[in-house]
Design a protein around this ligand. Structure first.
Ligand SMILES: C[S@@+](CC[C@H](N)C(=O)[O-])C[C@H]1O[C@@H](n2cnc3c(N)ncnc32)[C@H](O)[C@@H]1O
Length: 464
C-alpha cells in the first residue's frame, strides 16, 4: 500500500490492485475493473453480530420459559388439535355429511348443507383440507372429499371438557380453553355468521381471554423473549449517531411491546419507538401502557396501504417489529418489498407469526380473518390464495424476504426444537448495506492517489 501512496501517478496503480483494495471494504462483497471503472457489489449485511443475535435471542426465549416438561406440552398441543378436529367432524356430521366411511361430498354440497355465509367459505374449505391432512377425509379430484372414517359428534363434549386443563398447561389459563369450547359448540352459527367470535371471546365484555392469548402463554413467552433479546442486541450494535428508530406494526393490545419496550429502556443508545396499529382503538391502550416513556410515540399504520403516504418514508426506520400481524398483508411479496424500502441500509425486520396450521385457530379466531361480508371473495394475492392458506410457512416467509433483497435471514425456533410444537416463530432479516460510491471513493483515496470512479451494482459486469 505504501508503494501506491508514493506513486507519482494513477497509471502506476493497476486497476486490479485498486479493485482488490476495494473488495476489502466491509460493505463490499466483490469488486473488479471494467475499462477505466471499478465495479463494487454490496456485501451481505452479515456481521459477526448477526450470527450472535440468533444465538442470544434463542437463549433468552428459553430463559423466559423456565423449566418446561416438553412431553407434557406435546400431549396438550395434541389434545387441542384433536378436539378441534373432533369439533369440525361433529359439525359436518350434524349436517348429515360424511357420516359413513366411503361417503363422498363435493365442496359445494358441504357449503350448502352447512349454509356457510359467503365470507366464511374459506374457513369451511380449510377444514376439509385439514381433515384430509389428518386422514379423516381423502380429497377426490379437484373439489370433492370422501370419508375414510365416519364423522360423528360422539365424544366431543368429553374432549371439550378437557380443553381448560390443556390450555392451562400451556400457560393460557383455563379461560382460553373455555373460549375454545364455546367456539367449538357454536361452529354452525359461526359458519352462518349468526354469532361472532368477539361475542364468544368477550362474553361479559371482559378482555382477559385476549390478554392471556398474547402475554402469558408459553409460545408468547418464548417468542417475545426472543424478539426482545434480538432488539436489545441490535440496539447494542447501533453505531449511528442518532436514536435507534423502531417501528412496531400491529402493536394491538401491546403483548409484545410490553416485553420489548422495557427491554430497550436501558439501552446505551437513545430509542425512538413508534407504537402503531391499523386501529386507533389500540393506540389508546398503548398510551395507557407506555405513557410514562416519552420516547414512545403512537400512530396509525396499515400494512396494506402505501407506507410513505402514511408518513413512513423510505429509509426512515432502523428496525421494524411486528407480532402476529404480517399475515394480514394481502400480498406478502409486496409487503416485504415495502418494508425493505422503509428500512435503512443494514436495518432489521423482526417479526413473530404463526407458521403452522392450527386446527384450534381454524375453529375459533380464524373467523375474525374472513373477508368483509361486502367483499366475501376477497383473497390474498400471493401463493396462499390457491390453497386458502392464511399463515405463510417459514419457507414461504423466507422466500418472500429473499425476493425482496433481505439478507441474514433466520427464524427461531429450529424445527426440531420441542418449542416448535407451539407453532409460533420469530423471523429476522436484514437489509443490505448499500455502500455509496462517493464513500467508497473516499475510502480508496485514503490508500491510493486519485482513485478511479466506482459504480455500485448488485451484480458485477464481466471483467475484461
Ligand atoms: C393478533 S393481534 C396482535 C397484537 C399484538 N401484536 C400483540 O402482540 O399483542 C393483530 C393486530 O394487528 C392489527 N392489524 C390487523 N390488520 C392490520 C393491518 N392491515 N395493518 C396494521 N395492523 C393490522 C390488529 O388491529 C391487531 O391489533
Amino acid at each position: 500500500m505504501s508503494d501506491f501512496a508514493t506513486s507519482p501517478s494513477t497509471a502506476a496503480v493497476p486497476l486490479d490492485v485498486a479493485a482488490g483494495m476495494l473488495a476489502q471494504h466491509p460493505a463490499v462483497a466483490a469488486a473488479h475493473a471494467v475499462g477505466d471503472r471499478l465495479f463494487a457489489q454490496p456485501a451481505a449485511a452479515t456481521l459477526p453480530a448477526d450470527r450472535a443475535t440468533r444465538e442470544v435471542a434463542h437463549a433468552a426465549g428459553l430463559a423466559a420459559l423456565g423449566a418446561v416438561d416438553w412431553t407434557a406440552v406435546a400431549d396438550r398441543v395434541a389434545a387441542l388439535d384433536a378436539a378441534a378436529h373432533a369439533a369440525m367432524g361433529a359439525t359436518l356430521a350434524r349436517a348429515g355429511l360424511f357420516v359413513t366411511a366411503g361417503t363422498a361430498h363435493s365442496v359445494a354440497e358441504v357449503l350448502t348443507a352447512l349454509a356457510v355465509a359467503p365470507r366464511h367459505r374459506r374457513v369451511a374449505r380449510r377444514w376439509l383440507r385439514e381433515l384430509a391432512r389428518v386422514g379423516v377425509l381423502t380429497a377426490v379430484g379437484e373439489a370433492s372429499y370422501r370419508a375414510e372414517r365416519p364423522c360423528a359428534d360422539g365424544d366431543l363434549d368429553a374432549r371439550l371438557a378437557r380443553l381448560g386443563a390443556a390450555t392451562a398447561g400451556l400457560g393460557h389459563g383455563e379461560q382460553m380453553g373455555q373460549f375454545l369450547a364455546r367456539c367449538a359448540r357454536s361452529l354452525p352459527q359461526l359458519l352462518r355468521d349468526e354469532v361472532t367470535v368477539q361475542q364468544l371471546m368477550f362474553p361479559d365484555g371482559r378482555t382477559d381471554t385476549a390478554d392471556s392469548t398474547y402475554r402469558e402463554n408459553l409460545a408468547s413467552r418464548y417468542v417475545n423473549g426472543v424478539a426482545a433479546a434480538a432488539l436489545r442486541h441490535v440496539a447494542a450494535w447501533h453505531t449511528r449517531d442518532a436514536p435507534l428508530r423502531v417501528l412496531e406494526i400491529g402493536a394491538g393490545v401491546g403483548g409484545t411491546s410490553a416485553v420489548v419496550i422495557p427491554a430497550l429502556a436501558d439501552s446505551t443508545v437513545p430509542v425512538d419507538y413508534q407504537f402503531t396499529d391499523v386501529s386507533p382503538f389500540f393506540l389508546n391502550i398503548g398510551r395507557e401502557m407506555f405513557g410514562d416513556r416519552p420516547w414512545v410515540r403512537y400512530g396509525r399504520c396499515d400494512v396494506n396501504s402505501d407506507l410513505t403516504a402514511q408518513g413512513y418514508p423510505d429509509g426512515s426506520v432502523d428496525v421494524v417489529l411486528a407480532a402476529n400481524v404480517l399475515h394480514n398483508a394481502v400480498d406478502t411479496g409486496a409487503l416485504m418489498a415495502a418494508l425493505y424500502r422503509l428500512l435503512t441500509p443494514g436495518g432489521w425486520l423482526v417479526f413473530i407469526d404463526t407458521s403452522r396450521e392450527h386446527p384450534q385457530i381454524m375453529t375459533s379466531t380464524e373467523f375474525l380473518m374472513s373477508p368483509p361480508a361486502a367483499d366475501p371473495d376477497a383473497r390474498f394475492t400471493d401463493g396462499r390464495a390457491e390453497r386458502d392458506q392464511i399463515f405463510p410457512t417459514v419457507t414461504q416467509w423466507r422466500a418472500a424476504a429473499i425476493a425482496a433483497g433481505f439478507d441474514s435471514i433466520w427464524a427461531l425456533p429450529d424445527r426440531e426444537h420441542p418449542v416448535a410444537a407451539l407453532g409460533q416463530y420469530v423471523h429476522a432479516a436484514r437489509t443490505r448495506l448499500r455502500p455509496d460510491p462517493a464513500g467508497l471513493r473516499r475510502y480508496l483515496a485514503g490508500r491510493l492517489p486519485d482513485p478511479p470512479q466506482i459504480t455500485v451494482a448488485p451484480g458485477l459486469p464481466d471483467p475484461r
